[in-house]
Design a protein around this ligand. Structure first.
Ligand code: WTA
Length: 668
């Protein structure tokens, strides 16, 4: 347990910061009555308000159905389409307004401003192509392995229009990680792009997916069609090759669909909208299934009330769309509200430290949403850079990991110029939208603390025995949510048992049909102060938060174990100034294998191959044996202490205490 806890934010209580009168005067949510209406006793009725933000073909007959606990149903019998809500319904008033600003990484290339009208046309034509060329129909899963480009949300929305369940795989994931997701979701169509820019280089991407298909087929899932976008329409970039009969160039094929329109599919509120795979305690990533009506209502409400998005705002969320933040808060939430969402292709500090701020200045971005890791990196490369540009944020978000109060203050004073409100939003892939954050015009901010549960969410900190800790008691425990909410995942794709065990197994009465008996376990340790503000200390399971990305230690260990000669592998988290945490791996070898530089390289390569560069370990240590308990369990805690050069504690109870010093000498 406890691979990732021990964050700096554990320190003293910080003082409140208040939002400006100017911000309050224009805010979407200024009604104090929200807290009374959204109190625990009023569940589930208060969630009617969120559904009213959407357009429904048919209204729901019941807000909440808990009879299949804990697979909650939301807005039962309601019918809607997510694409209609994000595109069609804005045409009457906003057709000429920018929906997506796509900023290519190369500054000599022009930003594309896609209006709602153009988005509607492109989504319709693509939906027709998906239906006719690839034969896709409602309920089919489609894998999208794409980087940051305008075509990614266009493809997601075309899927949603047809009722296809999209499964976006982060563009930086390797072919092997992509194949796992294709196989688990049973996707027979893969959508990709030939190439994209990152760090000034045009990276070949399509060939990664040729491999993904090969690997998926070996594991029993044939990919019938690979649909390929072109980074430069009309040209195949970076030497991508096509497989006859399987691959279709979308930009070419689309010509046949000029002017074709496709009616949005009337989806049931509880039909799945998409899958998003995430890491957990065991080796295999799990597919969080997000529903249509509940998810979309929830993210739309969060975007309106917490991110304070108005249609006239220019909103930039820097998260990759391949993660949940990009799904909820670059695509679905902002577009459902008729917002203008910025998508940037490349590295925030390319070609120099001022790039992000130039984007903000040029597009007049006024809502900025990013992760502490990006804030730390921007501060490090150019602490004075923001002042050189003319941009004015009214609102800034931070998400994905705890933010150190010192970094928070730089963000507030230098990036926000002391005028922007900050929301530290705490949530997860599984939760669809925010769990904790301050309501920007109503609740003061506190650096390093995510804030109370957002309206409707009732968090509690629980000890190992299942007692709820008193707010302000100064003790940390397991962060739980005491009530269901519409944005929560419906189930783990194909594995209800894992869903129930992982999220509810610890504290719930598994035979109960009453939602009061089900406590959602976040997997984070945290504490709550007297004012109800929640501070997250870190994961209690085998998950490492690297640059705000979730990596399972077991996934990295499994990758190392694919190398011939590796007997055992153990991953620990070490602190990193920019990334927050970073994995480091210990490996022991089978008899007959010798440690060498080549061997270390082989293990490093295997990790990149199986997962991707994001899982790169700081060090690969080959050790004669692992520190173990008498029952043979690897003591990761001891390895973590060795990596962190901290006190290893009492090791005399180990089966092999002498190994500790040997390893310390290797790691020196
Ligand atoms: C961590 C990202 C502290 C937490 C939206 C959680 C945070 C995991 C915060 C989910 C925050 C997320 N403060 N920690 N504001 N936001 N986390 O699924 O450990 O990629 O469980 O979702 O990130 O990561 P995921």
């Amino acid at each position: 347990m406890s691979s990732d806890s021990g964050f700096a934010v554990r320190g003293k209580e910080e003082a409140y910061f208040y939002s400006s009168e100017e911000f309050k005067a224009q805010a979407n949510l200024t009604d104090e009555g929200i807290f009374e209406r959204f109190k625990y006793e009023n569940f589930p009725d208060y969630y009617a308000e969120f559904s009213e933000l959407l357009s429904w073909y048919k209204p729901y007959s019941k807000i909440f159905d808990g009879s299949d606990a804990p697979c909650w149903k939301w807005y039962v019998d309601g019918k809607l389409n997510a694409c209609y809500n994000c595109v069609d319904r804005h045409l009457a008033e906003l057709k000429n307004k920018t929906a997506i600003h796509f900023v290519p990484e190369l500054e000599e290339e022009q930003t594309q401003h896609i209006t709602y009208q153009e988005l509607w046309v492109r989504v319709n034509e693509l939906a027709a192509l998906l239906r006719d060329t690839a034969g896709l129909k409602k309920g089919d899963r489609v894998a999208l392995h794409m980087p940051m480009c305008a075509e990614l949300p266009i493809t997601m929305l075309a899927c949603a229009r047809l009722g296809l369940i999209h499964n976006v795989v982060f563009g930086g994931f390797s072919s092997s990680a992509c194949a796992d997701r294709i196989v688990d979701s049973g996707s027979r169509v893969l959508i990709t792009i030939d190439a994209y820019y990152r760090g000034g280089r045009l990276l070949p991407h399509k060939k990664v997916d040729d491999e993904s298909c090969e690997l998926a087929e070996k594991s029993g899932q044939k990919v019938d069609h690979v649909l390929v976008w072109q980074r430069y329409p009309g040209t195949i970039s970076a030497g991508a090759t096509l497989t006859e009969g399987r691959d279709i160039v979308i930009n070419e094929e689309l010509k046949k669909y000029y002017g074709v329109r496709v009616e949005p599919e009337e989806m049931d509120s509880n039909d799945p909208l998409f899958l998003m795979y995430t890491s957990g305690t065991t080796g295999k990533p799990k597919g969080a299934v997000h529903g249509t009506g509940g998810y979309l209502s929830y993210v739309t409400a969060m975007t309106k009330y917490i991110l304070d998005l108005h249609p006239e705002d220019v909103y930039w969320c820097t998260a990759d769309i391949g993660w949940i933040t990009g799904h909820s808060f670059t695509v679905y939430g902002p577009l459902a509200l008729g917002g203008s969402s910025v998508i940037y292709e490349g590295v925030p500090t390319y070609p120099d430290a001022g790039r992000s701020w130039r984007i903000a200045q040029d597009l007049d971005v006024n809502i900025f949403h990013t992760a502490p890791t990006a804030i730390r990196a921007l501060r490090k490369v150019g602490p004075d850079e923001p002042q050189k540009y003319d941009f004015h944020f009214k609102h800034m978000t931070t998400v994905g990991e705890p933010i150190e109060p010192e970094v928070w203050r730089w963000y507030e004073s230098v990036v926000g110029r002391g005028k922007a409100v900050i929301c530290d939003t705490y949530w997860q892939t599984e939760t669809g939208g925010f769990l904790c954050s301050t309501v920007p015009a109503l609740q003061p901010m506190k650096p390093g603390s995510a804030g109370p549960g957002v309206p409707g969410i009732h968090p509690g900190i629980f000890d190992e025995e299942g007692n709820m800790l008193e707010p302000g008691c100064g003790k940390a425990g397991n962060v739980c949510i005491r009530n269901p909410w519409p944005g929560c995942m419906q189930v783990v794709w194909g594995n209800r048992e894992r869903f129930v065990n992982d999220y509810y197994g610890m504290y719930s009465r598994l035979d109960s049909k009453d939602w009061h008996d089900w406590l959602y376990l976040t997997g984070d340790a945290g504490s709550m102060s007297k004012d109800g503000y929640v501070r997250i200390h870190g994961r209690i399971d085998d998950v490492i938060n690297v640059s705000g990305h979730r990596l399972g230690t077991k996934e990295i260990e499994s990758a190392a174990l694919t190398v011939e000669g590796v007997a055992e592998a153990a991953v620990v988290a070490v602190a990193n100034e920019i990334k927050g945490k970073e994995p480091e791996i210990y490996v022991s070898l089978k008899p007959g294998f010798e440690s060498s530089e080549e061997f270390v390289q082989k293990i490093a390569d295997a990790i990149t191959r199986e997962i991707g560069k994001i899982a790169k370990c700081r060090n690969v240590w080959i050790v004669p044996d692992m520190p173990k308990t008498r029952s043979g369990k690897i003591m990761r805690r001891v390895l973590a202490a060795i990596s962190g050069k901290s006190d290893v504690g009492n090791v005399m109870t180990l089966a092999n205490p002498e190994i500790v010093e040997t390893i310390q000498n290797i790691v020196k």
